[in-house]
Design a protein around this ligand. Structure first.
Ligand code: PDD
Length: 275
């Protein structure tokens, strides 16, 4: 398995980052993650735009422009011999002399097998609990998933699959996915701020805008629990129905009509190469 490390391809076992890197010393790094289908990265342009925006927001210099990075990613896909894979583009704070000051960023791009949600996963949906938390720098895709990882034992105890963050009763996002609700009068709502702008979210918004009223705005937890349908979106989960939240069944607990329609349309988009 090849890995692209700063300026060349190395074998997986040689892709070693020194302990002085600011990602290890202080958790300072950003990344982006996309998927390939039939040897092609899906929505790569959008993922790279977000990668550059995250890097700029964190004062991390990027050593390649978009065309160069695109060429590197295509070569990595060829070398990896996987028609479907997950590509992680990681940019760290670099080898810091005092473990605090940013240095020259390290760029690491990996291409590995990826597990995505199946049709059976879609039919089952997921259950979730709400939790009061606001991510730091929410519009940036940092490597900080500390709260999400820390919450894992609580999720097991509550027997739920995922957690939906809210801040002062305004919902924001799941740790790794965006949230949408369909109201009883068939409007599609999704939070407009204090969250990461997902690439799947963007695709779903444009599919939905062709057929229904769409609003990006603050959503209160009461509105969430009264929704006809709730679903989440992400690169690996695609569109996933949320069957219950905090023990309250959403709709009849099965994938809703709108959720299913958007899901089918999204799969078609993917099949067409998702450009
Ligand atoms: N998660 N919000 C956060 C905080 C995320 O980390 C992600 C992506 C999303 C959904 O974005 P997208 O549709 O572009 O995947 C929303 C990736 C998949 C992960 O960390 O595994």
């Amino acid at each position: 398995m090849a890995v692209f490390f700063n300026d060349h391809f190395v074998a997986n076992e040689n892709a070693l980052l020194h302990v002085s890197d600011l990602s290890m010393q202080r958790g300072y790094a950003i990344f982006d993650f996309c998927r390939t289908k039939n040897w092609r990265p899906l929505f790569l342009n959008d993922h790279l735009d977000r990668f550059y925006a995250s890097a700029a927001a964190m004062h991390l210099a990027t050593r390649y422009n978009k065309e160069e990075l695109t060429a590197i990613i295509y070569e990595l896909i060829e070398r990896t011999l996987l028609d479907e894979a997950g590509i992680r583009i990681l940019l760290t704070g670099g080898y810091s002399v005092d473990g605090y000051q940013p240095a020259s960023p390290n760029l690491i791009i990996t291409c590995n097998a990826v597990k995505t949600a199946s049709l059976a996963d879609f039919e089952n949906g997921i259950t979730a609990m709400t939790y009061e938390h606001q991510r730091e720098l929410p519009s940036v895709k940092t490597i900080n998933y500390m709260m999400a990882v820390w919450l894992q034992p609580l999720l097991k105890e509550k027997k739920v699959n995922d957690v939906l963050y809210h801040h002062k009763e305004i919902i924001t996002e799941f740790p790794r996915s965006n949230v949408f609700i369909v109201t009883k009068d068939q409007r599609l709502l999704t939070p407009s701020r204090h969250m990461l702008r997902g690439i799947t979210r963007k695709q779903v918004l444009s599919l939905a805008a062709k057929q229904m009223d769409v609003e990006e705005r603050d959503i209160r937890t009461e509105e969430l629990l009264q929704a006809a349908e709730v679903f989440l979106t992400s690169t690996t989960k695609k569109i996933m129905p949320v069957a219950a939240i905090d023990g309250n069944i959403i709709g009849d607990g099965k994938p809703g009509v709108i959720t299913r329609k958007l899901y089918n349309e999204f799969l078609q988009l993917e099949q067409q190469g998702g450009q």
